[in-house]
Design a protein around this ligand. Structure first.
Ligand code: NDP
Length: 289
């Protein structure tokens, strides 16, 4: 089985980006600048934002982290978003999700200036993507597309089954994989919690993309021999043998599938690093526009 090593691939792409930033610096051009708003102290969000900021530093981007307390108000976040929208120094910014329950995420998303929406979550960018026009593509689905392309995994004519219909992963994934061109040209099925007999669909998949957030739910009996498996899920499960008391796993039973499938992403070190790389690519694009 081929391990789809997102960590290694992300390192290669980051090196390419770093070289591009060096050229920009030598030409005294604009150094890309990414800002991130982090609300509260959700441990997973802290790790994700830290990775994004560290990645910016590694490749020579500028980065700004704006921390806001858990009890922040909707209007305080909106004020911060407006500042970033209007700051000519900032090329792109993200608001790390999830936000605390008392905050209306949709309202925050709608307030982000599409030209700075390097997460690709605003309606304008989602609309442009759906029409096949140039836009900032959502980071995780685009990271998966880059991974498929760089590993030479053909999608044309393939049966692709996507599990999970979120606005940030599953739904845009189906748009990108069904559009014309390679990677794309796939026949795509989207499953969710109301799907009857999910295994019927997963067993047909040449490429299975799981983004449901259910630890190791997809087992060997649910997949086709030789399938390509992309595991987006990041789940914490209790593990007393670990110092921190938990381990990370995906939505796929990795050990159970290893001898049956042709290629698979590990968790961690698969889709996660590719998501960060997509964000960096979008930020570079934003700095040039
Ligand atoms: P959401 O919680 O927004 O969506 C989950 C989706 O899975 C929903 O569509 C839901 O269906 C579906 N679902 C849940 N349970 C089942 C089930 N038992 N059977 C079938 N479908 C089910 O999640 P996200 O898309 O935000 O994230 C999914 C996972 O990916 C999470 O583990 C998250 O941590 C991870 N993630 C990883 C990233 C990375 O970079 N690697 C980036 C983003 C997310 P319904 O719509 O009917 O409720």
């Amino acid at each position: 089985m081929l391990v789809l090593d997102g960590k290694a691939l992300a390192a290669t792409i980051k090196e390419e980006l770093k070289q591009e930033v060096d050229v920009i610096r030598q030409a005294a051009g604009k150094i890309p600048h990414l800002a991130a708003i982090l609300v509260g102290d959700n441990p997973a969000s802290q790790v994700y934002v830290r990775n994004k900021v560290r990645s910016c530093e590694q490749i020579g981007f500028r980065s700004t982290l704006i921390r806001m307390p858990e009890d922040v108000t909707q209007s305080e976040i909106l004020t911060e978003v407006a500042k970033l929208n209007n700051d000519p120094d900032v090329d792109g910014f993200i608001v790390q999700l999830p936000l605390p329950k008392h905050i209306d995420e949709d309202q925050i998303n709608l307030a982000i200036e599409p030209r700075k929406d390097v997460d690709g979550f605003t309606p304008v960018n989602i609309g442009l993507m759906t029409l096949g026009l140039p836009s900032y593509l959502p980071a995780t689905p685009n990271g998966i597309m880059t991974m498929l392309e760089r590993y030479g995994i053909q999608t044309t004519g393939k049966e692709v089954v996507v599990l999970g219909r979120s606005n940030i992963v599953g739904t845009p994934m189906t748009v990108l994989l069904s559009r014309k061109g390679e990677p794309g040209n796939a026949t795509v099925t989207l499953c969710h919690s109301r799907t009857e007999d999910m295994a019927f669909h997963t067993k047909r998949a040449d490429i299975l993309i799981a983004a449901i957030g259910r630890p190791e739910m997809i087992t060997a009996d649910m997949v086709k021999e030789g399938a390509v498996i992309i595991d987006v899920g990041i789940n914490r499960v209790d593990d007393a043998t670990k110092k921190r008391g938990y381990r990370l796993c995906g939505d796929i039973d990795y050990a159970g599938l290893e001898s049956k499938v042709s290629a698979m992403t590990p968790v961690p070190g698969g889709v996660g690093p590719m998501t960060v790389v997509s964000l960096l690519m979008n930020t570079l694009q934003a700095s040039k526009s």
